[in-house]
Design a protein around this ligand. Sequence first.
Ligand code: DGJ
Length: 734
Amino acid sequence: MGIFYEESGRVFTLQTRHSTYQMKADGQGVLLHTYYGEKTDNTDLSCLIARGDRGFSGNPYSMGGTDRTYSLDTFPQEYSCFGTGDYRISALKVENADGSRAVSLRYAGHAISKGKYALPGLPAAYGTEEEAETLSVDLKDEESGVAVRLYYGVFEDLDVITRAAEITNGGEEGVTLLKAASLCLDWQTGEYDWITFHGRHAMERNFQRTGIVHGLQSIGSVRGASSHHYNPFVMVCGKNTGEEHGDCYGFSFVYSGEFLMEAEKDQMDQTRLICGIHPDDFAWKLEPGETFTVPEVLMAYSGEGQGGVSRIFHRLIRDHICRGQWKHSRRPVLINNWEGTYFDFTGDKLVDIAKDAAKLGIELFVMDDGWFGKRDSDNSGLGDWYPNEKKLGCTLKELGERITALGLRFGIWFEPECISIDSDLYRAHPEWAVAVPGRNPVLSRNQLILDFSRKDVQDYLIERISNVLGSAPITYVKWDFNRSICDKYSHALPADRQGEMAHRFVLGLYRVLETLTESFPEVLFEGCSGGGGRFDAGMLYYTPQIWCSDDTDAIERLQIQYGTSFGYPVSAMGAHVSAVPNHQTGRVTPLATRGCVAMAGTFGYELDLNKLTEEEKEEISRQISTFKELYDCIQYGDYYRLASPLSGSCTVWETAAPDASEALVSAVYHHVQANPVPVYVKLRGLSEDASYRVCLVGKTGETILSGAALMHGGLAIPPAKGDYCSWQIHLTRI
Ligand code: DGJ
C-alpha cells in the first residue's frame, strides 16, 4: 500500500519503493506541500515550514490579523492560486463573472482507491489495482464555488507518482479558466539545477542544464504541438547530481499541445515548479456545473541521478503509457522510401525496393508522402486522402498485395491535420482550414492547418483514413504533422470560446487517434511531426514509436538520441540508416556506424536499396540479423549513458538485460584524434560475481571478465580506425 492518511493532522503521505511525497491540509484548510524526495517515514514534515512576519507577504483574512507569520506567499503548496496573496508562479488563474481574478482553495475532502484514475478524452498512465492506487483531494473556493479535484496516481514499485486535476464550476455564474496547471511542486530546501531539452527542426532535444535562480525560467510551446523547440520533459536535480548519483526528479507532461513548464526560486530561496497547458492562448469558459480536465504529469524521483530517473521513465512509458498489441510485440525492421525517392516514385519502383528489402531480412515496407491526390511536391494535395492510382500504376490494394506477397508488411504515410490550398478538400471546405477571418494565414511548407477542434472535421478524417486502411493490407501508419499552428480561430466556436481552440484541437486529435487505434488494433502507428516535433508521452499513448528527427546523420543523431533518452525509451525512438553523403549534413559515415546508431531506436532503413553495392547489401543483411538477435536486450534492457556526445571523443551507451544475463555496449567515435587518449567506461547493470564473455560484434575472439571487473575496473573501448568509427560489444553471462 502506498497511500497513507493520518487523520488528526490531515497528513497524506504517498510512499513508493524509494521515494516519499507528502501534503497536509492545515488548520486553515490550505493544502500544504510538505515533502518530495528520498524515502522517509510518515512523519508530518510541516514542522519544517519556516514562519516569520515577512513584510509584503500578506496573511489570509481568516487569521483575523492575529498571526502575521502565516502567508501563502511563502508557504509551500500543492496547487497555488493566482490573485489571493501568493505572488509566485501559480497553478490556477480564474476570471470570475464579476471580472475579478481571485481564487483561493481550501480542503473539502478526499478519497483513496485501488487502481489508477483515468482522464476522459486524454492520455494518461494506466495500471491495475495491484500496480497502482489513486488519491483524490477535493479543494474548493467558497466565494465562487470553483472546485478542484487533485488526482495522484501512485505506482509504488516503479517510484512514480502522477498528477492531474479536474476543475468544476460549482457556482451559479460562468467563470473562465485563464491558467490550469497539472502540477505545482515546491521544494522548501535545497539548491537545484534543471535540465531541459531544446532544439529546432532536424536537431531536437539538445541537453541543457542550468541553475534555477531567483526569478522565472521557463520552457514551453505556443505552436499547437509540443514542438521541436522545447520538449515537455524536464529534470530537476541537486547541484552535485550526476548521471548515476544524487537526487534527481523527472517530470513528463502527458500532452501533445501547448505547454508551459516554469521554475522559480522565491524570496525564501524555495524552488517552485509548475507544469501545465500554456496559458498564453488558453481561456476556457466553464458554465455552472461544467468540468475541465487538466492533463497529466508523470513524476519520478531517484537517488541514482539522471540515469536512475531515465530508467524509471523508460519502464513507465513502455509498460503504462504505450498500449495495444504493439506495446510489447517485436516491432518490424522497416524500410521507408522517403529519403530513397522523395516524391519521385511509381508503384513499380517501390516494389523494386521492397524486393531487395525482403531479401535482406527487412520486415515492413513503408510508402511515405506522395501516394495520394495531386502530390508530386509539398505544394499540393494534402487532405485528398485518395490513392493516386495513375502514379502508383495500380490500386492501393494491388500495391499492398504485391508487397505483402514478398513476405513484407505494408505501411503508409498520412498527415491528417493539414490541408493544402491546392486540394479538393480545401476547395470544398475552405472553412475547415485554420485562419482568422479577414487575415491571410501564415503558410508553412505551403500548407494550412485543418481545424481538428471541429467534430465534423474529426469525423471526416476518421471516415477517410478508415476507408484507406480498410481498402488494402496495411499494418503500419506514419502519422505526420509538418507545421506549427498560428492564426488560431475556429468557425465552429463563438467569439468568447476562441481561447479554447488550441486545447480542443489536441482533444480532437486524441479522439481521432483513439478511434482509429481501436478500430485497427493490428496497425502499428508511428508518430512524427517533421521528425520529432511532437515527441511526448501524450502521443506515445496512441503511437508507441515516434520518428525521432528528420536529421538522419548518424553523428548528429548521437546528440538527438542522447537527449531523447533522458525521458523516453529506445522502443519509442524511430531511427533509420540512411544513405551517404547524408542528405541533411553531407557527412559520410561508415555503414556500420549508421547501423549501430539506428539500433539505439526502433531500427530501419531509409534509402534506395537498389542503389547499393552487393557488399553493402551483405552488410545490411548482417546488421539486421544482429539487431534481431539482440532485440530484447536493446529494446527492453536497462539503458545507461556511459559517455556523452557533448564532450570527449566517443559516445558510449549500454543496454543491460534486467536479469543481467547480457548487455550490449555501443561506442561511436564522434571525434577522431591522432595519438588518442584511450576511452574507458565502467559498465552498469551486470552481476558482480558472474563472469561475462565479451565479444566485438562481427569479429572473432572473446575475453572473459567478471561483472565486478567490468563495472568497477571498466572496459577499454578499442581505438578509432578512421572517421566516425563504431564498435558494438556484446556481453553474455557464462
Ligand atoms: C516529414 C517527415 O519527418 C519525413 O520523414 C517525411 O515523412 C516527410 N515529412 C514527408 O513529407
